[in-house]
Design a protein around this ligand. Structure first.
Ligand code: ZN
Length: 495
C-alpha cells in the first residue's frame, strides 16, 4: 500500500491525543492503571520501519521549505516512536524494577526511588553516603545491564537507518548543531569557573554542609531541599500567586476555557506539578497537588509556562507546529515563568518577602549547578552516542566530566541511567540560554516589573501564538533579530 501522508498526520495527532489523555488521567490520580499498551497497539503502524523510511524519503525530497520542515518534525516523531517500541521491553522492566527495588544502607530498606528524598531529609552525612553507595550498588548490578541492552539497540537502529551514529541521527532529527552547542557550553563552563565555587560555598555554609572539595554527591539533595526557605513559599498561596501573576500579564486563568486547572487532592495523584496537552490549544491540563516550598513553586510556575505557551498557540497551525518541533522553545517559556519565583521584585510584590536575597541566591546556585551539570552531560552524551564510542571507557569519562563541572566526586554508576533520550539535554541547555534573551527583552521594553504589565503579556502571547513552528534560533531571530548564545547567561554569574 502506498504511504498516505495525510492519513499519517491525522493518526499521529489522535495517537498523541489518546496517549497524553491517558497519562493525564493516570498521573492526576483519576485512574490507578496506566494503560498505554492498547494505544501503541492501535497505532503501531505509525512506528513501523516502512512508515518511518517513507517519511525520511519524503523529507529528503521536499522542495517546499514549509513542507520539508513539517516532514522533519514528523520524521523525528516517527523515529522516536520506533526506537521506543524497539526498547519497550527494557523500559517496562526498568520501570518495574525502579518501582519495586529496595536499597538497604544497613539500617532498613528504603524504596529505590525514595533515596533522594531520604538523603534530603537526613541530617547524618554518613548515612546519606551509605544510602548513595547502596543505591549505586543496586543500579550497577540490577539496572545497568538492562540500560545497556536498550542503549545498544537504539544505536543499532540508527545505523540500520544509515546514520553513522545516534549523535548524527539526532543532530539531523532535531535540526540542532550539537557539536556547536557543545563548544558553546564548554565556553560557558570556562566563563563561570571563577564564580562557581564562591557561590556554592556560601550556600553550603548556610546549609551547614562541607565546602566544595569535601562535599559528596550524596549531600546535594540536602543542599537543595533548603527547609529554611519554606516559610516564604506556603502551600496555600501557591495557586493564588500563580493566578495573580497571570492576571498581572492580562490573563485570567479561570476564564481560559481550554485550560483545565486540576488542584483537587486524590490519593494517587502525582506529587509533582505537570502539564498535559491532549489537544493544542483546545485541551490543556495544569495539574497540581500543592504542598509548598521553593521547589513546589518552581515546578508549578515551570509547568504553568508550558501550559500558557500551548494554550495560546494558534489553533489554525498545522499539527506538527502545535504538537511537535523544537522543545527548546516551550522549555524557554517554562524557564521564563519559573524564573519569576527567584526574581527579587516578584518575591517582594507577589509573596511579600521582605528580604528576598536568600531565596534569590539559593536559586542562582541551584541553576548554575544544573547548567554546569547539563553542559558536562551534553559533552558526555555526544561521546557516548558517537561513532566510535568505547563503552568500557564510558563510566570513567562520565565521572570525570561531571566531577570537573560540579566539583563534587561524581559516581560512575549512573553513566547509563543519567542519559536523556534523544539528546533532550540539548533542549534544556538551549532553553536556559533562550530564556535570558526573552527576559532581557521584557525588561528593556516593560521594565523590571514586566510581570505586572499587560503589554508584556500581549508581547508574550504574540510569541506563543507561533507554537513550535520555528525552532529556538529562528524564533529568536524573527522576534528580536538576535542569535542564540550563552554569553548573557554567563554574564548573570559574572563576579
Ligand atoms: Zn519543561
Amino acid at each position: 500500500m502506498p504511504f498516505d501522508l495525510d492519513r499519517y498526520r491525522e493518526r499521529a495527532e489522535t495517537f498523541g491525543e489518546e496517549l497524553s489523555r491517558e497519562y493525564y488521567r493516570h498521573l492526576a490520580g483519576h485512574k490507578r492503571e496506566l494503560e498505554i499498551e492498547p494505544i501503541y497497539e492501535t497505532y503501531g503502524d505509525l512506528f513501523d520501519r516502512d512508515s518511518v523510511l517513507a517519511l525520511r524519503d519524503l523529507a529528503a525530497g521536499a522542495v517546499n521549505a514549509d513542507e520539508g520542515r513539517r516532514l522533519r518534525y514528523l520524521l523525528h516523531f516517527g523515529f522516536d516512536g520506533l526506537v521506543g517500541l524497539e526498547t519497550r521491553a527494557e523500559a517496562a522492566e526498568l520501570a518495574g524494577l525502579e518501582a519495586s527495588l529496595e536499597v538497604d544502607a544497613g539500617d532498613g530498606a528504603v524504596p529505590y526511588r525514595a533515596v533522594v528524598i531520604e538523603q534530603a531529609n537526613e541530617s547524618d552525612a554518613g548515612r546519606r553516603a551509605a544510602l548513595e553507595e547502596a543505591r549505586n550498588g543496586v543500579l550497577e548490578s540490577r539496572l545497568n545491564p538492562i540500560y545497556r541492552t536498550a542503549l545498544e539497540r537504539a544505536h543499532e537502529t540508527c545505523r540500520e537507518f544509515g546514520w553513522p551514529s545516534y549523535a548524527d541521527a539526532y543532530t539531523e532529527l532535531r535540526g540542532i548543531d550539537l557539536a556547536r552547542l557543545r563548544r558553546q557550553t564548554a565556553e560557558f563552563l570556562t566563563a563561570t569557573d571563577g564564580a562557581y565555587t564562591p557561590l556554592m560555598d556560601a550556600q553550603l555554609e548556610r546549609a551547614g554542609l562541607p565546602a566544595l572539595g569535601a562535599l559528596r554527591r550524596s549531600d546535594m539533595p540536602r543542599l537543595f531541599r533548603a527547609p529554611g526557605l519554606d516559610r516564604h513559599f506556603p502551600a496555600e498561596r501557591l495557586i493564588e500567586s500563580f493566578e495573580a501573576t497571570l492576571a498581572g500579564l492580562g490573563m485570567k486563568l479561570r476564564e481560559q476555557p481550554n485550560v483545565h486547572l486540576d488542584t483537587e487532592s486524590r490519593p494517587t495523584k502525582s506529587p509533582r506539578a505537570f502539564c498535559s496537552t491532549p489537544r493544542v490549544p483546545e485541551e490543556v491540563y495544569l495539574v497540581i497537588a500543592p504542598h509548598g516550598g521553593r521547589d513546589d513553586y518552581a515546578a508549578l510556575f515551570h509547568e504553568g509556562g508550558h501550559t500558557e505557551h500551548y494554550a495560546n498557540t494558534e489553533a489554525g497551525l498545522a499539527y506538527e507546529y502545535r504538537q511537535l518541533g523544537d522543545n527548546s522553545v516551550t522549555e524557554s517559556f517554562a524557564f521564563l515563568v519559573e524564573h519569576l519565583v527567584s526574581d527579587p521584585d516578584w518575591l517582594r510584590e507577589r509573596l511579600g518577602v521582605g528580604d528576598p536575597e536568600p531565596a534569590v541566591e539559593h536559586s542562582r546556585a541551584f541553576r548554575l549547578v544544573m547548567l554546569r551539570r547539563y553542559s558536562a552531560k551534553l559533552a558526555y552524551e555526544l561521546d557516548l552516542h558517537g561513532v566510535s564510542a568505547d563503552f568500557a571507557a564510558m563510566p570513567d569519562l562520565y565521572s570525570e566530566l561531571l566531577s570537573d563541572a560540579v566539583r563534587v566526586p561524581w559516581p560512575r554508576a549512573s553513566w547509563l541511567a543519567d542519559v536523556d533520550d534523544g539528546f533532550y539535554a540539548a533542549c534544556y541547555l538551549r532553553a536556559w540560554a533562550l530564556e535570558t534573551h526573552w527576559r532581557a527583552a521584557l525588561e528593556e521594553r516593560f521594565g523590571e516589573s514586566w510581570f505586572a504589565n499587560g503589554e508584556a503579556g500581549e508581547w508574550l502571547r504574540g510569541l506563543w501564538r507561533e507554537g513550535q513552528r520555528l525552532n529556538a534560533d529562528e524564533l529568536l531571530g524573527e522576534a528580536l533579530g538576535e542569535e542564540l548564545d550563552f554569553t548573557r547567561l554567563a554574564a548573570e554569574y559574572r563576579q
